[in-house]
Design a protein around this ligand. Structure first.
Ligand code: SF4
Ligand code: SF4
Length: 127
């Protein structure tokens, strides 16, 4: 009986405290500036050096490139598997050209396993 009264007391007290939940998706949560969300590639900055893929501890990144007539590397594929990514940010830290960022995008749902391999060249944003 004492336990129930104590529990009810806690419930009663919380009725007068501001809510910490939001009515998602109608209401959007406030995302902190340093949140590590979905990666975005700024392809015009990318030099296809592969340092991001080498820095990744779980081999989540796969890139391909071709060389143009001036022997300059041109990125042709940038695939990131969010199914294995551990959101450590090492790939972003390794990039010498600030071509990779972690955004505040947290909506990473996928219906099929294959959809977890994201083509960042198709999803690119422009700086
Ligand atoms: S955040 Fe970490 S695990 Fe994910 S792709 Fe970058 S380096 Fe790999
Ligand atoms: S480290 Fe940066 S510049 Fe190099 S391939 Fe990755 S995204 Fe491109």
């Amino acid at each position: 009986m004492k336990g129930i009264a104590r529990g009810m007391g806690v419930t009663f007290r919380y009725n007068f405290k501001p809510a910490v939940t939001v009515q998602y998706p109608e209401e959007r949560p406030v995302i902190e500036e340093r949140f590590r969300g979905h990666h975005h590639l700024i392809s015009e900055n990318c030099i296809a050096c592969n340092l991001c893929a080498k820095a990744c501890p779980v081999d989540a990144i796969e890139i391909s490139f071709v060389k143009d007539e001036e022997k300059k590397k041109v990125l042709t594929k940038y695939e990131l598997d969010i199914g294995v990514c551990i959101w450590c940010g090492l790939c972003v830290d390794a990039c010498p050209k600030d071509a990779l960022i972690m955004s505040q995008d947290f909506e990473l749902y996928a219906c099929e396993r294959g959809e977890m391999k994201r083509n960042l060249l198709a999803e690119e944003i422009h700086a």
